[in-house]
Design a protein around this ligand. Structure first.
Ligand code: ADP
Ligand code: ZN
Ligand code: ZN
Length: 818
């Protein structure tokens, strides 16, 4: 009998691919093991065994596998089911899920790979345009193949670029086909065996009297041994003795010291381990906890709706404690930007070494370590805290999932596929494990609140802050009036200035929020109205004062700020609109004595980017922090009594059906950073439209009012949660081809669905990296079977792909687009 395996390849194939295996291999292999397989003319891929069987493929001759890469499965069957669901629901392939779910170190291929150099400090302004593109791509993807780099910079020979990037320490190359995961070894020293006895030691010190540096090292080693009674790291010895590596090396060479290695995990906790008891909950928290428990008992998802600083985190911790006491694993999911040291150390205080952290800023090796620890059910990975990708770890007995800040849009992956929503995929995962799941937020998404109202989810609410701290006092300031009365200094109203002055006088801190990074997003000529555009994308370039550059936020293209208008030649370029950098700049002029920091994408690159700024603010080295929405999330600063929202209008005017919901959430969350201790916090919201319904709802903390109004609108216009939407994006270099293609597809959809098809329509930015874009939106009534609908769409795509002129048009599905 012949034996075969169906494997998942890490590429977008519609079907699983079949390979032939020997009889002994068929007895050894199990689903979830990796195999190296040949594909196409010359490629080798890491593939994952999905099933083992005896049916040969019909249309091709099955090739043999090259090599088995694992002794035991690295992916379990629950994961495979979960991936299947993600691929089906979000209309992508299992290969795409596979590629995105596993740490890339598990997926190495035969071609040369380009990785980012985690150690290099990159000066972006030093990079040429094409170099910058590669660098940017590596911010989103941990590795690239050479052909992918070719596609990014749009040229064949990319070796010169790669060589320059290696020189600038931006990238590293990897040639090994199957690089083994290398555990991290730490170097330790001890006294050479010959000198272990007491008499010998004295002799040694005698002999070293002429070498004071060396004897200092030996003495320090002694002191360290006495003090810690632990193995001594070479680095510690260096520090303690104040001597150089060379001196220590001499002693090792002489045999006085002996060097040895101990394997350590990169992600290690080195504080006092979980010695603290959990805080006892107050009555409101306890009630919420009971209600959540009640939902769990009824096998329902629980929604915890608690105002900012109501103590939700403490409630989660109780749930986690119960879960791990039952010997199960717990997953704490957070949006990437909320993953702060603050929260991690808070959890570590209680759970100590049981916690592992998993997110995209960690290196490939760190991620492999966490993966393996979860796979081996190690105690140190019993609680995983992570961003959306932590959903893909190989849990075997998950007891609880916490989805904190569940309303956050960044839980939805935008690019590349799978374009999944981590909250929704978490609910499915909890079903597969039979585990509990709680969604928490101060400002639940309209969907989740709706589900709690219809009885699909359980619901618990805490509507006062812990310790009866008052909700902040929110004051709306009318910018129109202030401008008319000439009360503005730059972008600061008189009221805001007064409040800042008071705050600083009291030795308290303030946060200033502006929803845009950069200095003044757009530069415009006051003579002819021209504003410099990106040559590759249909957007105006954004001004960054610090580097005196104009940059495209879509493709990374940048130029030096021109002196004169390129259209009319006048020296009258002026800035329009404003960003965080300008707020910081104006603030410094107005308050030269105050210390101000800025937190946005530009200042927080790198693994410890956020931490540095947050710590500085926390330790009150900064008086004021200016930032984008990055500072709304999960931060708990004790001394902040004022939050200033520089301009609420840009949020409200966003052209999207969710703009109002999102504004409410964002503003409430930012306001929630104020006054988390006894003194009532103050929030100043500046707006040209202070009578806007949403601003009123924010200032009176009227979530329900917001929900009702938004739900009414969604019902009127058939948007979620009363309908589902699928967005299809078409992409092509040629404008006419794109238009024809999108029209053809939309027509096909209309013949099948009749109602509910919007578009094709250009998005606000209709060309990115020289590709034109057009969207079609399909609204699907909740009663309509989703599987059938998707099959119909796929059938249209198949006929579409049969038209030669359209074959090169990319079709991208985004299910539940938000
Ligand atoms: P949320 O997650 O709802 O924003 P937190 O859990 O961060 O709220 O709680 C706000 C503050 O109140 C934190 O500093 C937290 O330590 C404190 N706190 C919350 N619950 C308790 C409790 N039961 N006992 C003591 N302090 C608490
Ligand atoms: Zn001009
Ligand atoms: Zn661009």
């Amino acid at each position: 009998m012949e034996h075969f395996i169906n494997v998942i390849l890490p590429i977008p194939l519609e079907k699983l691919f079949t390979y032939s295996i020997s009889e002994p291999e068929s007895r050894f292999l199990q689903p979830g093991m990796r195999v190296a397989v040949p594909f196409g003319k010359s490629k080798i891929y890491t593939a994952l065994v999905f099933e083992i069987h005896t049916t040969p493929p019909e249309v091709y001759e099955a090739k043999e596998i090259h090599k088995i890469l694992d002794d035991t499965p690295v992916v379990n069957t629950i994961q495979l089911q979960h991936w299947r669901w993600i691929a089906d629901y979000y209309m992508c392939t299992l290969g795409e899920v596979f590629r995105s779910a596993m740490p890339s170190a598990f997926l190495l291929e035969s071609e040369t790979l380009i990785l980012r150099n985690e150690r290099g400090e990159v000066d972006e302004s030093d990079l040429k345009d094409d170099e910058f593109l590669v660098y940017e791509a590596l911010q989103h993807q941990s590795m690239l193949r050479v052909d992918e780099v070719s596609a990014i910079v749009d040229r064949k020979n990319v070796l010169p670029i790669l060589n320059r990037l290696i020189e600038k320490q931006v990238i590293l190359l990897k040639d090994e086909i199957y690089e083994q995961y290398k555990p991290k070894l730490v170097r330790y020293v001890k006294l050479g065996t010959a000198y272990q006895s007491e008499g010998k030691l004295e002799e040694l010190l005698q002999s070293l009297t002429r070498a004071p540096k060396q004897s200092q090292v030996v003495l320090s080693l002694f002191q360290l041994e006495v003090k810690d009674k632990k193995p001594i790291k070479i680095t510690d010895l260096e520090q303690m003795s104040g001597s150089s590596k060379a001196v220590i090396k001499t002693l090792i060479d002489k045999g006085v010291l002996e060097e040895y290695h101990i394997q350590v995990d990169r992600v290690n906790y080195d504080g006092t381990a979980g010695d603290f008891d959990l805080k006892s909950l107050n009555e409101h928290q306890q009630k919420a906890l009971d209600e959540i428990q009640g939902s769990f008992d009824g096998h329902k998802v629980a929604l915890l709706h608690g105002v900012t600083s109501s103590g939700k985190t403490e409630v989660y911790m109780k749930l986690i404690e119960t879960c791990i006491n039952a010997g199960k694993q717990a997953l704490y999911l957070l949006p990437e930007i909320a993953l702060t040291t603050q929260l991690i150390s808070r959890l570590q205080e209680y759970f100590g070494e049981k916690i592992s952290v998993y997110h995209s800023k960690y290196s490939i090796h760190e991620r492999v370590e966490v993966w393996n620890n979860v796979l081996a059910k190690k105690a140190k990975a019993q609680i995983v805290i992570g961003a959306r990708s932590a959903l893909f770890l190989p849990y075997s007995n998950l007891g609880l999932i916490v989805v904190d800040e569940e309303h956050e849009g960044s839980f939805k992956q935008f690019d590349p596929a799978p374009r999944y929503h981590a909250r929704d995929a978490a609910i499915v995962l909890s079903n597969l494990h039979g585990s509990n799941i709680v969604l928490g937020s101060a400002t639940p998404s309209v969907e989740s609140y709706y589900n709690s109202q219809t009885g699909k989810y359980g619901y618990a609410r805490i509507d006062r802050r812990f310790g009866d701290v008052l909700m902040p006092d929110i004051e709306l300031v009318d910018l129109k009036e202030q401008t008319r009365k000439r009360r503005m200094k730059g972008h600061f109203s008189e009221r805001l200035l007064e409040e800042i002055t008071d705050t600083l006088d009291n030795g308290e801190q303030a946060i200033l929020f502006q929803n845009r990074r950069g200095f003044a997003p757009i530069v415009e000529c006051t003579t002819c109205g021209h504003s410099p555009q990106c040559p590759n994308c249909d957007v105006s370039l954004t001004y960054h004062q610090f580097k005196k550059q104009l940059r495209c936020h879509y493709c990374g293209h940048h130029i030096a700020l021109p002196e004169i208008c390129e259209a009319c030649g006048s020296p009258t370029l002026d800035t329009k609109g404003f960003g965080t950098e300008q707020v910081e700049h104006e603030f410094k002029k107005l308050f030269p004595d105050a210390k101000v920091g800025r937190m946005d994408l530009d200042t927080t690159r790198g693994k410890y980017g956020y931490e540095k700024i947050i710590t500085a603010f926390e330790q009150q080295e900064l008086d004021v922090l200016v930032g984008t929405q990055m500072l709304t999330k999960g931060l708990d600063f004790r001394n902040v009594s004022l939050v200033g929202i520089m301009n609420a209008d840009s949020l409200l005017n966003f052209p999207d059906y969710r703009a109002h919901e999102r504004s409410f959430q964002l503003l409430t969350q930012v306001a929630g950073r104020a006054g988390r201790t006894q003194k009532r916090g103050k929030v100043i919201v500046q707006s040209f439209n202070p009578y806007h319904q949403i601003l009123k709802q924010v200032s009176t903390n009227d979530y329900l009012g917001m929900f009702k109004e938004q739900l009414y609108e969604r019902e009127q216009f058939l948007y979620p949660p009363v309908n589902r939407i699928i967005k299809i994006t078409f992409k092509h270099k040629n404008y006419n081809t794109l238009n024809d293609a999108a029209e053809w597809f939309a027509k096909g959809l209309r013949t099948i669905f009749r109602a509910g098809i919007l578009g094709p329509e250009y998005p606000p930015v209709a060309r990115i990296r020289n590709q034109y874009l057009k969207n079609v939106i399909i609204k699907i009534p909740l009663g309509q079977p989703l599987g059938k609908t998707k099959n119909s769409i796929k059938r249209i795509e198949n006929s579409f792909n049969a038209i030669s002129q359209f074959r090169s048009v990319r079709v991208i599905y985004n299910v539940d687009h938000i």
